[in-house]
Each structure stands twice: as structure tokens, then as C-alpha cells.
Design a protein around this ligand. Sequence first.
Ligand SMILES: [Zn+2]
Ligand SMILES: [Zn+2]
Ligand SMILES: [Zn+2]
Ligand SMILES: [Zn+2]
Ligand SMILES: [Zn+2]
Ligand SMILES: [Zn+2]
Length: 373
Amino acid sequence: MCEEQTVSLVDVLEEDEELEEEASAVLAGSDSDHCSYPLGYVKRQALYACNTCTPKGGEAAGVCLACSYKCHEGHELFELYTKRNFRCDCGNRKFSDLQCKLQPEKDDINSLNKYSHNFFGVYCTCRRPYPDPDDPVEDEMIQCVVCEDWLHSRHLGCVVPDCVELQEMICEACMKRSPVLWVYAAHLAAAGPEEPKEEGPGAEEITAKSENHEKDVTEPSCKRSHEEAEPSCRLKELQAGGQKRVQSGAVFWPSGWRSKLCSCASCQLMLSEAGLSFLLDEADTVLEYENKGKTREREQPGTDPLMSALDNLSRVQQLEIIHGYNDMKTDLKDFLQRFAAEGKVVTSEDIRQFFEQQSSKRRRMDAGTFSCS
Ligand SMILES: [Zn+2]
Ligand SMILES: [Zn+2]
Ligand SMILES: [Zn+2]
Ligand SMILES: [Zn+2]
Ligand SMILES: [Zn+2]
Ligand SMILES: [Zn+2]
């Protein structure tokens, strides 16, 4: 588990610059110095919304990691964790006063960006802030891989599996928007809610609707695929298999489930029309994004001893850092200064304890996704 390791504190304090660089590796590929705008719509990046510059009531906007540091320092930022296919808005038409310090030349708007209530600091179907001062219930939040909103586990409409590590969740609203997902869910995902909330006409209606929808989508392409003698469609096989599943609640998908989706020409077209092409791309996952950052960190020579210690932390603790790196850094420096004053060395055990204290006072938004112990 956590190997005992001695760290020279003075080294750590002197390497603050490097620490920042390394922490951006924990931020997996999100550049903390350069605005990501020139890269276009980035496949996945850490994103922030600024309540100071673009408050509720106006237009939603999102800014990249570097802009959150350099252009919005001291502003009230919402940490959005990561989102896919987004282009930095910092200083564009949506910002009346602010000019981007890093990349002032931007188009007026980024028309392909998708925005949600998250950009105004509210989450879930209950549209509440996080942390929520008026909510006495301690609850974890889990991110839907399709709409990328965060939902309270108690608002998912399903039982959260005991171990959700490496699992992806699709919320009920997204499932209902793309009924083909229920076909896969019946074969690939964890069983549905044990006690269906309603067996009434509501559920049947959905089934009927989804069947119609599938016919609309697949029938024309079936014919075509026959003519062109394409390889058989896995989705059609599953549909013929006829397994049923309760069509309510969010669905948890096991690790590697995306690779089991059919990627024949007609399925690709159908997923693309539903705006779900990313499901066929393993590299789209948050897990892949984080692994990329970890690899980058390991490849860097002269790895900071502090960051090696961080490697031994759980994913929850690492992600806490992502959510509050700046605050954390200040606290960590204070923490380390105490050791310096006393001339002590810091061990990875000290650092582990530090992060444990941090996590008890910090938002635990992502904890649900990685809370296996
Ligand atoms: Zn930017
Ligand atoms: Zn701002
Ligand atoms: Zn900026
Ligand atoms: Zn909720
Ligand atoms: Zn969703
Ligand atoms: Zn297919």
C-alpha cells in the first residue's frame, strides 16, 4: 500500500514551481500555463465557470484551467471537474469586462460548446449547489458520462452498486433520451432496480416508445447492410435475444462496457445522430484521461518526492486536489512550514494525514465514483 518514504522538506518548499507543474499532471493533460483555446474543442479538460464574470441570469461560459488561474484569480469559480469537447470561452463576447490575459484573440462564441446548469453552480435533477448549505443529508455525487451533470446518489432512481470504481453511470434522463441504451443495459449493465417503482402504464409506454424508436432507426439500415453484406450487427443480435430489463433509474455500466457496443456502420450512424459517438471511444473516459496524466507525470524526470507520495494516495484524495488545488496548495504550504520551523522531515504518512484532513472539509463531489475501499 503506502510505502514509507522520507521527503526532504526543504526540497519540497523550494520546488513549488515544479510542484505546480506536477500537480497539473494530476490534472491530467490540462495545461496550467497556456489557454487551451488554440487546441480547439478539447477532447476532455478540466473546466471552470466564473460566477464573478458570468453570473446566473446571463449567458453560461466555461474557462480552461490556465485561465482559471491567470485570468480569474480571486473570482468565485465553480469547479466543473472535466467536460468533453469544450473550447475555452475566457474573454469572448460572453465576458463584458474581462480580457483574457493568455489568449485574447478569440471568436465571439464557441458554437459547439454545450452548457448546463452546472455552469451556474447547480447540479443534479434537484438543481442544488454543491456543497449545499441547506441539505442535511450527506450524499455523494456521481457524474453521468453522457450529460456530464453530477447527481446525488439518492436522486439516481437506482441502487448504487457497492463498488462503483471503474464503473460509468448514465442518468435516467439520458437513458430515456436514447432508448437503444436500454437494449445494451439488459445485457451489459448491472440489474435494474430490484423493486420497480411503477409497473403501471408509465413503464409500458416507455417500452412501446423505445421499440418504435429502434424500428425507425434500424430498419432502413438493416436492409442496406444486407445488400452490402456487412458483418452482422451485435445490437440486432441482442434485440433478437429479447432480454428485458426494467426501464427506469440510472444505469451503472461495468468497466470496459464501451468496447462491447456494436460499431457497425448503421450503429455508428445511429449513435452519431443521438449525439453519442463518444461512447465508441475508450479514450473519452475520465479514467483514460486520468491515466494519461499519470503516465505523463511518471515520464517526467526528476519527479518531485511530494508527488511520488501523492501517487500512493487513493484516487479520491488525488481528485480532491483537482477540485481545490489552489486552496490546497496554501494549506499544504502552511502545513509544511510547520515542519520546516521544527526542522523535521516530512514522511508520506504525514502527507497522507494532511490529505485526509483536507478531504473531510472539502467537497466530496467525486468521491462516489471512486469510493471502493
Ligand atoms: Zn483559456
Ligand atoms: Zn472571472
Ligand atoms: Zn483567459
Ligand atoms: Zn439531487
Ligand atoms: Zn445524463
Ligand atoms: Zn450494429
